[in-house]
Design a binder for this molecule. Structure first.
Ligand SMILES: N[C@@H](CCC(=O)N[C@@H](CS)C(=O)NCC(=O)O)C(=O)O
Length: 210
């Protein structure tokens, strides 16, 4: 079985993949990348991800970057974990929508709120439209999640959207809404997320001590 290695800085966007790996349940290694030491911009790491960013995942000879792409890959590569919606299932469209909505709409909307621009480009030119609409769409999805975005099945889409909602709420980048709180409480109960979060706290100390 090809080895899985996560290039990780704890906690950061690579924590999304850390959670996903815990959900998948296959053995994996962690290669810590220290931002403090600038390791993400050194040639050794740029050979892994020329963007100089984490996460990156090595699976045998394959390297995948971009958190949502990695989660999609893992869900498809390890179908026994039942974290994907396979081709042919009518829910696959909704599943893919949320996986793409995370990085293409939710993330830029949060950034826009955190660092407002002096001059906002026209709504029609922004892929995410505007932050309020994004948050309304997400609030409706979170409020309708029963218990997860796609219904009974927890999928990689919950890892992507759930991570963004947790992170955005934690850092007060998105407004408190009861729909978000209930959904976040539900996903925070997942043993895999608890394991990844606890491990991240230990890894952070390790990183800071190094
Ligand atoms: N589009 C990337 C973003 C990754 C990203 O921005 N990672 C941050 C950590 S939260 C990073 O590596 N920052 C280091 C830097 O830019 O110097 C993804 O979704 O995976």
């Amino acid at each position: 079985m090809p080895k899985l290695t996560l290039y990780h800085a704890a906690p950061s966007r690579s924590s999304i993949v850390h959670w996903m790996l815990e959900e998948v349940g296959e053995p994996y290694d962690i290669h810590l990348v220290s931002f403090k030491k600038g390791e993400n911009l050194k040639p050794e790491y740029l050979a892994v991800n020329p963007m100089g960013k984490v996460p990156a995942l090595r699976h045998g000879n394959v390297v995948i970057t971009e958190a949502a792409a990695i989660c999609t890959y893992l869900a498809d590569e390890f179908p026994a974990a039942k974290l994907n919606v396979p081709v042919g299932n009518p829910l696959r469209g909704v599943y893919l929508k949320w996986l793409f909505f995370g990085p293409s709409c939710f993330e830029p909307a949060i950034t826009e709120r955190a660092f407002p621009r002096k001059e906002t480009p026209p709504r029609s030119t922004l892929g995410f439209g505007d932050a309020d609409t994004v948050l309304n769409v997400l609030a409706k999805a979170a409020g309708g999640a029963d218990p997860y975005l796609l219904g009974k099945q927890f999928t990689a889409a919950d890892v992507i959207i759930g991570s963004g909602l947790r992170w955005g709420t934690m850092f007060k980048l998105i407004p408190d809404r009861p729909e978000f709180a209930a959904y976040i409480a539900r996903i925070s109960d997942r043993p895999a997320l608890k394991r990844a979060t606890e491990k991240d706290a230990r890894l952070q100390k390790e990183q800071e001590g190094s």
